[in-house]
Ligand binder design. Sequence first.
Ligand code: ADP
Ligand code: MG
Length: 262
Amino acid sequence: MADTVYQQLRGHLHHLKLTAIADQLAPALEAAERDKPPYTQFLADLLTHEVQAVEQRRLQGRLRFAKLPARKTLEQFDFTAQPNLDRRLVEDLATLRFIEDRANALLIGPPGVGKTMLATILGHRAVEAGYRVYYTTAADLVARTSRAALEGRWATTMRFWNGPQLLIIDELGYLPMPGEAASHLFQVISRRYEHGSIVLTTNRGIADWGAIFEDTTVAAAILDRLLHHATVLSITGDSYRMRAHRDAINALRPAITGGEFS
Ligand code: ADP
Ligand code: MG
């Protein structure tokens, strides 16, 4: 009889796809026989397994969807390398309140100063906090949008860019953006305006945006939407990448100069 009930229970768990509970059932029953917890406690503990498994699956799903570069943490960011960067602004962004406010962040600085790293850190934090995030480069965004326009998938693509609560647009300004591409970027940004957050990184100071876009009116319109509710992080220091190279070269130098060939 007890066996039949057990079979029925397993059948239910299978039918309801409660696989985490099914996995834990035998040890959980064994522990319950021994410890005799209250019914409510037993049930709550059992359900916790399933809730955790579902959350883990969803987290993995959001992470796969987000296409973020490899995970980095704020602890790995060396603030001493960027003394002009306002650490409090970064830490404030890291609370993710800007996503709740549907506000933006603009990261401006030359190559190698950690713009992608900071954007990635924010992206991973947001995924872990349960937000839908998507990472793309500006070049990829406009290429995909232009293709979609040609192939009659404009509305679907616009819905796609509108979907994530945080859209990260990396590397604006490395490639010039002719009229139509600029207009596509503008449409993505203006549709998200006050609706979803954008973290945008660029190597060009705001005064320089005319040089990215052929059309300065579009540049002004994009900036207007982006900056209305935005934190601007200006990173002016040395390239961290170059610094690493320099350190490596300096480390070799005594060997080079002090060696037998000196
Ligand atoms: P950017 O996007 O501004 O060109 P990246 O974010 O790609 O620069 O940074 C270049 C490399 O240097 C990456 O490997 C990044 O992790 C590292 N890096 C940059 N700035 C820092 C920093 N302040 N602390 C630690 N690592 C950094
Ligand atoms: Mg970068």
